[in-house]
Design a protein around this ligand. Sequence first.
Ligand code: ADP
Length: 373
Amino acid sequence: MDLLPRVLEALPVGIGLFELSNDEFRFRYGNRALARVLMLERMPSDGQPVREVFGRDQQEAIIELFRLVAVSREPQTYFAVAGGRHPAADQILNIDAYPVLAAGRVSYIMVLAEQTDEKLQARQREHLEANRLRQKADHLASLEQAKSEFLRLASHELRAPAAMLGGYLSMIEDESLGPVPERLRPVLPLLKAKAAQINLLANEMVEAARLEDGRLQLKRRRVELRELLRRSLKAAEPNATPAHRLSFDDRIGHQVWVLGDPLRLEIAIGNLLDNAIKYSPAGGEVIAHLSAGDGLATIRVRDQGIGIAAEDMSRLFVRFSRLAPYGDVPGTGLGLYLARELARLHGGDIVAVSKPGKGSEFTLSLPLESAKT
Ligand code: ADP
């Protein structure tokens, strides 16, 4: 009973079967829709080579398509704005070619051909969407550029006045500019701390701007981390309140050497310590722990502060990103970005673990200086 050919005739898509033998594709079967969709003058005859079935403008592409199916043994698609021997400008021809396997090799190619403007619309939609995304990307890129530009300008404009402020305050303090009135004396340390804060901020911005321009070059030498960490803790002390207990767990008991840029390492470590203090407004322990092993030096800074929500972890090291709730804690959102980039320039990294309300732990790892160098 020849039900199958009748079913195939009833389908609204063109169906064709081409046999592959001796490197030639020959027409074996096609329903009427196939001739219509391909705009053929008549149904091809049995055994007609594929080259003769399709119009000249398409035969190369179709043969290529069939070869691709034969080689890849995977379905492939051909898509063209044209039609058979009667090209019509806005007719869309979509041909899906499927491999038919016999004894493990491709013996036939089955073709489904459709003429539809639905696919054209889908294409146009894709096109529009791609354009929209491109525009968005351009917009984001220009915002990024604006941020970089801001960094460059602000850092440039801030640094000189900040340094000058600090310099004059020191001169006032040591009375090189004359005696300091008694009433002014108590506010001097406060002013100096603020000037130092501005200075730090300006430095952070300068470093971040350098990093972006690819101008940041490490000045590496042998650096002893135990001493450097001790120094960083000392520098962070003035930021702590009486409710904080800053401590150094240096049970390691020996020196730890890395090959690094001491100033940049101090910036990274200082940032972790400052954050640990800043983001534990109620005080608590801030512990810096140094260890070494497996070729890595590891500095862990742990606090008992506000912690970080799991969903915020991915934004932690993003430039300018600050997480809620930081209240009136001052900052730019640059510190951790910079710290991690600096660590990575050294071949190391910074990772964080945290529990909201319980505190955070930041781990900075750096490759140990190898024994030979
Ligand atoms: P900021 O200048 O805001 O301190 P950072 O880049 O150093 O910028 O940190 C980014 C954000 O990550 C901070 O605004 C804060 O929300 C969060 N954060 C950093 N360190 C800690 C910490 N120890 N505990 C809780 N949150 C932290």
